[in-house]
Design a protein around this ligand. Structure first.
Ligand code: UDP
Ligand code: MG
Length: 196
C-alpha cells in the first residue's frame, strides 16, 4: 500500500539530529491520521548518518533510505528523493529541523483544500546572524529581478508538492536543477503559509 504523504529529506552529516527528526515527524504525522513514509536521502555523509538511517528503517519500516556513493549536493539528493517517494503528496523538508515538522499538518490541510503546492514562508529567522539575514534577503530580491519565473520571496525549499506536480517535475530533463525555480515554473495551484 502506498502512503498518502511522503516526507523527503536530504541528509548530509546529520547524525546528531536524525533520531529527533524521526521522533518529531512520527509524532506530528500520526496525529494527522494520514498514512506516511519518511524518505531519507544520505548524500554521501562522512559521519554515521547512513548507519542511523538503516537503524531507523529496521525499527520503523515507514522510514526508507537512499545512500549515495559520494556527496552530490542538495539538488541531486532531493531529485532522488522525489523519484523514490510513493505518496500522493510529498513534503520536502531539510533534515536538520530548521523546517519544523509541526508545520506539516497546516500544509496538508491546504492540500486538502485543493492546492497543489504549499510552500513555507519564513516569518522570522531566529538565531541567524545579521550577515546571513541580509545576504538571504538580497538573494531572494536579486533572483526575483533576474528571472521571469515568479519565485516567492523568503521561501526556501520547504514545501508540500502534490503528486501531479512531482510527476511534472520528474519529467523535466534539466541536469543543473534548481528546485526552487522549477516548482513555481510548472504552474498548478500554488500557495504559501507563514511559519516561525
Ligand atoms: N544537504 C545535502 N547535501 C549537501 C548539503 C546539504 O543533502 O551537500 C542537506 C542537509 O543535510 C540539510 C539540507 O540539505 O538537510 C539543507 O542543508 P543546510 O542545512 O546545510 O543548508 P541551510 O540551512 O543553509 O539552508
Ligand atoms: Mg540547515
Amino acid at each position: 500500500m502506498k502512503p498518502a504523504i511522503s516526507i523527503v529529506a536530504p541528509v548530509y552529516n546529520e547524525e546528531e539530529v536524525l533520531h529527533e527528526l524521526h521522533r518529531r515527524v512520527a509524532a506530528v504525522m500520526d496525529e494527522t491520521g494520514e498514512t506516511w513514509e519518511l524518505v531519507l536521502v544520505d548524500d554521501g555523509s562522512r559521519d554515521r548518518s547512513a548507519e542511523i538511517i538503516a537503524e531507523l528503517h529496521e525499527a520503523d519500516p515507514r522510514v526508507t533510505g537512499i545512500s549515495f556513493s559520494r556527496n552530490f549536493g542538495f539538488q541531486v539528493a532531493v531529485t532522488a528523493g522525489l523519484d523514490h517517494a510513493q505518496g500522493q503528496a510529498v513534503v520536502l523538508t531539510d533534515a536538520d529541523l530548521q523546517d519544523p515538522p509541526e508545520v506539516f499538518p497546516r500544509m496538508i490541510e491546504k492540500w486538502h483544500e485543493g492546492f497543489d503546492v504549499v510552500y513555507g514562508i519564513r516569518a522570522s529567522r531566529e538565531g541567524e546572524t545579521w550577515f546571513k539575514l541580509m545576504t538571504a534577503k538580497l538573494f531572494y530580491r536579486i533572483i526575483y529581478r533576474i528571472t521571469s519565473v515568479n519565485i516567492p520571496l523568503d521561501t526556501g525549499d520547504f514545501r508540500l508538492i502534490d503528486r501531479r506536480v512531482v510527476d511534472a517535475i520528474r519529467r523535466m530533463p534539466e541536469r543543473n536543477r534548481f528546485l526552487r525555480g522549477m516548482v513555481p515554473w510548472v504552474g498548478y495551484r500554488q500557495t504559501g503559509i507563514e511559519y516561525e
